[in-house]
Design a protein around this ligand. Structure first.
Ligand SMILES: Nc1ncnc2c1ncn2[C@@H]1O[C@H](COP(=O)(O)OP(=O)(O)OP(=O)(O)O)[C@@H](O)[C@H]1O
Ligand SMILES: NC(=O)c1ccc[n+]([C@@H]2O[C@H](COP(=O)(O)O)[C@@H](O)[C@H]2O)c1
Length: 332
């Protein structure tokens, strides 16, 4: 059986429905597991013979998402582009980071879905002036039928649906009811049980594809940031081009490198790591206002005034605090 055609019980040929996959997240920095999700999902649909995956889209969230360790969208987009140079079918969309503010995931899905629909349904309008966005899957007009955009995520993101106030019920219903969810297993999550315990998710269960990743890898952006801020190696955990970019830009409290000799300079860019001046600055800070909040701290070192951008760091509760910050945005 080809990947495009299936045979029914009468051995009649039928074109497989086309789908595209979009992963929303921080990608700070992007890890190979972010992209493995796409490969695992594509293989799954190919093996099942139920859908033809025409493209993959990675959509980094807006800077104002304020998650701990989130570096500027321009950096995250640049790292994604570098890491995806070797992929023929996974592309990055900068639409979210170009918006004036954080965008709910449902709106991200709707925007990309509408764009593809318009393109497929208006063939007489040419290639939209020859300026198709880079994330568009190729060859969409080779067939007239539509392409369903599904949200691709790890099981932890699915379970975040239960964080009170983080996701609006009507958004979840729209995402699973009208788009569909493709969930990759992740250590510590139990998506089957999670779906069973939710009436809403159970109602739309047929639109949720659960896929077991038989070669799990618990690399995460958090772990990468931790290693980098401690000056430890992340080689073989990240794409070499991404490592080079992080070093050149001095991200994640990595020592910066000069372009010519690539030796560390004396300047640190503080993003998420600990050091003495940050530790002492933290003691002076008033009680925490919220996660990922960027605070300008002026420290004095050896008589020289140094301005340091300090991103608050702390316990694991930061992440859920960050999610709570979205509560107001979705409770509309
Ligand atoms: N190791 C992994 N296995 C399965 N899914 C993953 C893995 N790492 C990330 N994902 C998924 O990738 C998507 C993007 O998530 P995100 O950028 O928050 O990644 P993360 O590495 O978990 O980040 P952080 O550590 O900063 O929370 C989410 O759907 C998440 O579930
Ligand atoms: N209500 C929503 O639409 C909603 C809530 C929380 C996170 N998200 C998105 O989920 C993605 C992953 O978030 P985390 O990195 O916090 O797990 C991000 O792209 C973020 O924008 C969406």
């Amino acid at each position: 059986m080809s990947t495009l055609i299936e045979h029914d019980q009468m051995n009649n040929q039928r074109l497989l429905p086309r789908i595209a996959l979009i992963a929303c997240g921080s990608f700070s920095p992007p890890t190979p597991m972010h992209f493995r999700m796409f490969e695992i999902a594509k293989d799954f649909f190919k093996t099942q013979g139920t859908h033809h995956v025409v493209g993959g889209i990675v959509s980094p969230t807006h800077d104002s998402y304020q998650k701990k360790g989130l570096v500027a969208g321009t950096h995250r987009f640049a790292m994604l582009k570098l890491a995806l140079q070797s992929s023929t079918w996974i592309k990055t969309s900068d639409w979210e980071i170009q918006q004036a503010e954080w965008t709910r995931t449902l709106s991200v899905l709707q925007y990309h879905q509408n764009y593809m629909n318009n393109y497929i349904n208006s063939p007489l309008e040419g290639d939209m002036n020859g300026t198709l966005p880079g994330w568009m899957p190729p060859g969409l007009r080779e067939r007239q039928d539509g392409v369903q955009l599904k949200l691709l995520c790890g099981a932890d993101l699915l379970e975040s649906f239960a964080v009170p106030g983080l996701w609006a019920d009507k958004d979840i219903e729209d995402i699973v009811g009208n788009h569909g969810l493709v969930v990759i297993s992740r250590y510590g999550a139990n998506p089957e049980k999670f779906i069973f315990e939710s009436d809403l998710l159970t109602k739309y269960q047929k639109n949720i594809t659960l896929i077991t990743n038989w070669v799990p890898n618990e690399v995460s952006s958090t772990m990468i940031r931790r290693l980098i801020s401690r000056g430890q190696s992340v080689k073989y955990l990240l794409d070499d081009r991404v490592i080079d970019y992080i070093q050149m830009q001095g991200l994640f409290n990595c020592k910066t490198f000069t372009l010519d000799n690539r030796k560390p300079t004396s300047m640190n860019v503080f993003c998420c790591g600990e050091n003495e001046s940050i530790a002492s600055a933290k003691k002076l800070l008033p009680s925490r206002n919220g996660p990922g909040q960027v605070i300008q701290v002026v420290t004095s070192e050896k008589g020289t005034k140094v301005t340091t951008e300090l991103q608050r760091i702390g316990s694991a509760s930061d992440e859920s605090d960050a999610k709570k910050k979205k509560t107001d945005a979705v409770n509309v």
